[in-house]
Write a protein that binds this ligand. Structure first.
Ligand code: GDP
Ligand code: IMO
Ligand code: MG
Length: 446
């Protein structure tokens, strides 16, 4: 038995990796939640997606929108990781770094980019746009950031990774090979070759800016966990946008659910000891695809305006609907959600009545599962319960006891139906407009 065997074990038990995931179709307020929780963790790590994400954090009257860099970077002493499961557009990353610098946020020495993350190239964006226009009416409504085509190349085993960007000679050869292949495809499919002039020089120039960030982030995170440091995992997108479990094909191209955190970071699933699911008090979705609880235009317009529901990245108006417990129940199961965060409660402050979907009917029959095909999901009829609104301001409330009774009833209804605790309630976009009820699992992780 090694001398410090037992105490070493105890120390390990204290270390934690907790994942924060979107329980709906993205934009649930993950950025705000991660920023809040980050104060209790050593590392914050992104595991999937790219700059299709837009995570908003507001404090000291300043609004930050993070796309690829984890929200934890805004806390001066924290370390942030962009993991191997992400796709990285170096131009977008450098622009994001410059924006942070302008706001006085220094990242050197505490931001780490995985050497295994795949690169997004301008031809991925071109292909994203071309594929969308070819789909016509059936378009997905992507963010046009090249996310799908970059993950396609990764899975087809012809992607180019961050580590290769750092070796100019190898990068040049590989890029030439990939571009020749892409040009053949583009010429056949769209009648013209790709725009690739100056690409090599541009990427080598970008490489100089990111070289200092590159690391084996799986080693970094596992070492940190072994040494008793804690990791907050920042999900991007949401459960219903997950490539396997979402409303396929109206999804993104990565594993947004908590399972993706283990592969997307290279930490064992057994090290993730808790999962936080984030939901709005209602539902939104950007882009196309089925949305059973979508509100009629006028109601949606009101919620959109009160909730400022316009994309953080693309500025697109978000589609708005009632809270969907069928979706949240599924999200709880898929992610193993231990604690639910409800954001944007204040958006309902003037609502007279609030509808909440408890399940679906299809052709008059109760559905016990979310149908796998979008055709059936578009035909389901939500079953609603109507709860009274509170018609009182909740904005900025920080103590659960100060919430109006009807607001507490609404939250209790959600918690009872899903059989999950509510570990955090957000009552405004600012960092401190947050309630942490006592005695929850989430409270014990902070
Ligand atoms: P994310 O992608 O999940 O990080 O979410 P986004 O940042 O894309 O969208 C959430 C939006 O809601 C942002 O504009 C936030 O500033 C805002 N927000 C977050 N929590 C609250 C809240 O409790 N109340 C209100 N009114 N806005 C919130
Ligand atoms: P965050 O992390 C909301 C949606 C797009 C589109 C679909 C596919 O801010 O919650 P993509 O460009 O990924 O191929 O687009 O996925 N989408 C998001 N919607 N929030 C996001 O991220 C999203 N990331 C992608 O609107 O419908
Ligand atoms: Mg967002």
């Amino acid at each position: 038995m090694p001398e410090n065997g037992v105490s070493g074990l105890l120390e390990k038990n204290k270390t934690k990796a907790i994942a924060v995931v979107g329980a709906q179709w993205g934009d649930e307020g993950k950025g705000k939640v991660v920023d809040f929780m980050a104060s209790s963790f050593d590392y914050v790590a992104r595991y999937a997606g790219g700059h299709n994400a837009g995570h908003t954090v507001i404090f000291n009257r300043h609004r930050y929108v993070l796309q690829l860099i984890p929200s934890g970077i805004l806390r001066p002493e924290k370390r942030a990781v962009i993991g191997p499961g992400t796709v990285v557009d170096p131009a977008a990353l450098v622009a994001e770094l410059e924006n942070l610098k302008k706001s006085g946020i220094e990242v050197r020495g505490r931001l780490f980019l995985s050497n295994r993350a795949h690169l997004i190239f301008p031809y991925h964006r071109e292909m994203d746009r071309a594929a969308e226009s070819a789909r016509g009416e059936a378009k997905i409504g992507t963010t046009s950031r090249g996310i799908g085509p970059a993950y396609e190349d990764k899975m087809a085993r012809r992607g180019i990774r961050v580590s290769e960007l750092l070796e100019p000679q190898r990068f040049e050869e590989k890029l030439a090979r990939v571009v020749a292949e892409k040009n053949a495809i583009s010429s056949a499919a769209y009648g013209h070759p790709l725009e690739t002039a100056g690409l090599l020089e541009q990427y080598l120039e970008l490489a100089a800016h990111i070289r200092g960030l590159v690391a084996d982030t799986a080693v970094l995170l596992n070492d940190a966990l072994d040494q008793g440091q804690s990791v907050l995992v920042e999900g991007a997108q949401g459960t219903m946008l997950d490539i396997d479990h979402g409303t396929y094909p109206y999804v993104t191209s990565s594993s947004a659910t908590s399972g993706g955190a283990a592969t997307g970071l290279g930490i064992p699933p057994t090290r993730i000891v808790g999962v936080v699911g984030v939901t709005k008090a209602y539902t939104t979705r950007v882009g196309s695809g089925p949305f059973p609880t979508e509100m009629p235009d006028l109601d949606a317009k009101e919620v959109r305006e009160r909730g400022n529901e316009f994309g953080a990245v693309t500025g697109r108006p978000r589609r708005c609907g009632w809270l969907d417990l069928a979706v949240l129940r599924y999200a709880k199961m898929l992610n193993g959600i231990d604690s639910l965060v409800v954001t944007k409660l204040d958006v309902f402050d003037e609502q007279a009545e609030i509808k909440i979907c408890t399940g679906y009917l299809h052709k008059g029959q109760k559905l016990h599962e979310i149908p796998p095909d979008v055709e059936t999901l578009s035909q389901v009829e939500p079953e609603y319960r109507t709860l009274p609104g509170w018609k009182k301001p909740t904005q900025g409330i920080r103590d659960v006891k100060e919430l109006p009774t009807a607001a507490r009833d609404y939250l209790n209804f959600i918690s009872d139906q899903l059989q999950v605790e509510i570990g955090m309630i957000s009552t405004g976009p600012e960092r401190d407009a947050t309630i942490i009820p006592r005695g929850t699992k989430l409270a014990s992780w902070l």
